[in-house]
Design a protein. Structure first.
Length: 278
């Protein structure tokens, strides 16, 4: 966690977009189909076009059969024609005292996408191994060694796994707004993850809102208690419940109607599954 804090402070310029809140990137429009925001084109068709482009490149670009450095074959499907994402700058960041070799040199869209894919798969598999631990079950203990059973959240729960994949992709390729700045994670994405994965409501950690922080400064924040993606932005809607572009991803159908009641303070459970990404 110390490394994260250092990174957070080393990128305080407000220009351009940022990935996971700290890694400077660049807004990419190259894979949005020409039908982007054209309301006469059916959603399904636009989506299909976009998917092919994320997978297969476009306009003679270097993404070919998923192998070019601009291919986003894992996360592309969650971004589709929905928004222009913030992607890594291929240029390296200059070396400094903390990073004598510089940073992110090799992180192009493809390597980042692959990394997210591998991490996501690994973490899901790890969670399933913990949830289906026969030894622990026989001993009658849960993952923390307490009496009981480890709750199965990811095991045989495709919706939970999918919610987690989306979380990972959206946090790592956030939405760019019209000023080419990245937008914070929508609260609905966080709520959706906790709900879909069957976390009890008092364990949800989606209450840390940007909007709250403005009004309650100075706000003592212990970064080790933050859920990755926090502080979140509350979703906003226009006419006919159309999501306004205020957060990542701001797409129709990604919202959750659930209310959150309590501010969560306990961290006594394995949230490392997501914290690890920071
Ligand atoms: C929107 O799409 C339609 C049908 O493909 C096309 O005729 C029209 O020119 C497009 N409008 C814009 C503003 O691109
Ligand atoms: C990707 O491109 C290759 C060769 O251009 C083509 O054969 C393949 O069908 C394309 N795949 C998709 C998903 O568009
Ligand atoms: C399974 O549970 C046992 C007993 O609590 C523990 O020693 C072991 O590390 C666990 N394995 C996994 C994969 O979590």
């Amino acid at each position: 966690m110390i490394a994260i804090a250092l990174l957070l402070f080393s990128f305080t310029n407000a220009f351009a977009c940022k990935i996971s809140g700290y890694e400077s990137g660049t807004c990419s429009y190259r894979y949005l189909p020409t039908t982007y925001k054209n309301s006469t084109v059916k959603e399904r068709q636009a989506r299909k076009l976009a998917l092919a482009q994320w997978k297969n490149g476009t306009k003679g670009g270097p993404c070919e059969d998923g192998e070019g450095e601009h291919c986003m074959s894992f996360c592309g499907k969650y971004i589709a024609n929905y928004y222009p994402p913030c992607v890594p700058n291929v240029e390296s960041i200059e070396a400094d005292r903390n990073f004598p070799d510089g940073r992110w040199k090799s992180f192009n869209v493809k390597t980042k996408d692959r990394w997210i894919e591998q991490e996501t798969i690994r973490i899901i598999e790890e969670r399933i191994a913990i949830e289906t631990n026969k030894t622990a079950r026989k001993l009658g203990i849960d993952e923390f060694g307490n009496k009981g059973k480890t709750k199965r959240r990811f095991h045989k729960n495709r919706a939970c796994q999918e919610a987690y994949r989306k979380y990972m992709c959206w946090i790592n390729f956030p939405r760019c707004d019209e000023d080419e700045e990245s937008l914070p994670m929508c609260q609905s994405v966080c709520l959706n993850f906790f709900r879909t994965c069957g976390y009890e409501e008092d364990l949800w950690m989606c209450d840390d809102l940007i909007d709250n922080q403005v009004s309650s400064e100075p706000h003592e924040r212990d970064p080790s208690y933050d859920f990755v993606g926090a502080p979140f932005k509350k979703n906003e809607y226009g006419r006919r419940k159309k999501p306004l572009e205020v957060c990542t991803p701001s797409i129709k159908g990604s919202a959750s109607n659930f209310q959150i009641s309590k501010l969560v303070t306990s961290l006594g459970f394995a949230l490392s599954i997501i914290l690890i990404i920071a």
